[in-house]
Design a protein around this ligand. Structure first.
Ligand SMILES: NC(=O)c1ccc[n+]([C@@H]2O[C@H](COP(=O)([O-])OP(=O)(O)OC[C@H]3O[C@@H](n4cnc5c(N)ncnc54)[C@H](O)[C@@H]3O)[C@@H](O)[C@H]2O)c1
Length: 388
């Protein structure tokens, strides 16, 4: 095989984007599209001269595809990925890999039965030069011991119209969470990719603080790591203009990554701890210099396309996956633990008990009294319910 035949399941917003990326990649070809909305699948199929499917199982059984790219609402990632793996189809799934930890465990178990297949996740931020540089600096020991990490990622501003636009969004039943699950999986993935997993989390999540939604739109989480450092992760969809700033306090000073676009390193001449221990002046501080760190080189047109190219390279040429889907468990564990901590008002020790979170989520779904404006026939006029 020298060209990978990809079927895209879910050809709405992101899926349509992936169709274009698949067409642009040298080693992939769009072989089929599938969407539960028949007209949409037909439209995309006609546009690209491929067959349309309305049921993903039929697409897998058709023999037309070697691999699937899954871009449907999060809950469906699990059954579609499992069905693909059972049908001998390689899988690249959108983020979050699953809604909750028990679901990704099911996906990993299905993959373990088919280790010959590649199972990857669309964590495109891992291919960005800026994040690869930060990872290299940490791995090469340039920062020394990490003391504290703070990520304020509050520039996810969304209006009420956004939440009302996609029927599946921002309910426990339709999406399974809010900003942690929809906007933040990329940052949570990078958070764990750079700093590992905490052993304890305490979080405060406000549900529907700025929007008429039942899920979280404002989060502050405190993490304790077995290596001794601490972390704070703050996010919101209700602040404007918001901030995207990751700050790492380390033994060689402070590194700040801002807006996915700059790395500034205030680097001390000697390790901070050495200065604390040896300096004879009470109010002295270590000499430092300020460095603008250039990112790693980026190859290829877009981050999404790079992940698709890497997926094809892994299948066709045995390349290492940039983001194996199994690693998606960590970002899900972080978001699930933050919600679990906030809703139960308690510290959460990790690893999280996946069955406990699944039953919490099932309770939230069962006890939900939330009705989306469009379900009430109030589309465009939800002031009354917002103020109640
Ligand atoms: N990596 C990224 O940068 C990025 C960006 C946006 C969205 N996403 C992810 O992509 C996924 C889809 O988001 P979106 O914004 O494109 O949503 P969307 O609502 O625009 O599109 C989803 C499509 O899936 C179809 N669908 C739903 N259930 C289906 C099923 N069972 N079988 C076949 N088709 C089905 C819908 O009809 C719709 O056309 C989400 O999981 C989201 O988190 C990722």
């Amino acid at each position: 095989m020298n060209e990978l035949k990809i079927g895209v399941v879910g050809v709405g917003g992101m899926g349509n984007n992936h169709i274009d990326s698949t067409n642009r990649c040298e080693k992939t070809t769009l072989a089929a599209v599938c969407d539960a909305k028949k007209e949409l699948a037909d439209e995309r199929a006609e546009q690209h001269g491929v067959e349309a499917f309305y049921d993903y199982k039929e697409m897998f059984e058709s023999g037309k595809t070697d691999a699937v790219l899954i871009a449907v609402p999060h809950y469906f990632h699990t059954p579609i990925a499992i069905s693909a793996l059972e049908s001998g189809i390689h899988v690249l799934t959108e983020k979050p890999v699953a809604v909750h930890k028990a679901d990704i465990e099911r996906m990993i178990a299905a993959h373990e039965k088919h280790p010959e297949l590649k199972f990857a996740a669309m964590f495109q931020m891992r291919t960005m030069g800026i994040w690869r540089k930060v990872k290299n600096l940490i791995q090469n020991g340039e920062l020394g011991k990490i003391k504290r990490v703070n990520w304020i990622i509050t520039n996810w501003y969304r209006t009420q119209a956004y939440y009302d636009g996609g029927g599946w969004r921002a309910t426990w039943k339709g999406e399974g969470g809010g900003v942690l699950l929809n906007q933040c999986p990329h940052q949570l993935d990078i958070f764990q990719w750079l700093f590992g997993m905490p052993s304890k989390i305490r979080a405060y999540c406000a549900l529907g603080k700025y929007h008429n939604i039942e899920v979280e739109d404002d989060v502050t989480a405190f993490c304790e790591y077995p290596e001794g450092h601490t972390g704070v992760f703050i996010t919101s969809t209700g602040e404007f203009p918001g901030t995207n700033r990751l700050e790492i306090a380390c033994d060689r000073g402070r590194l700040v990554v801002e807006n996915n676009s700059s790395i500034k390193f205030d680097r001390t001449e000697i390790p901070v701890q050495e200065h604390i221990d040896t300096c004879e002046n009470a109010f002295d501080s270590p000499p430092k210099w300020e460095v603008d760190v250039p990112p790693e080189m980026e190859i290829g047109e877009s981050a999404h396309q790079r992940v698709i190219e890497n997926f094809a390279d892994a299948i066709l040429d045995g390349a290492e996956l940039v983001a194996p889907a199994s690693e998606g468990l960590n970002s899900i564990e972080l978001s699930n633990s933050m919600l679990y901590s906030a809703i139960n008002n308690q510290d959460v020790e990790l690893p999280l008990d996946s069955s406990k979170f699944e039953s919490l989520l099932n309770d939230l779904i069962a006890n939900s009294t939330f009705v989306k404006p469009e379900e009430k026939g109030l589309k465009g006029d939800f002031t009354a319910s917002f103020n109640k």
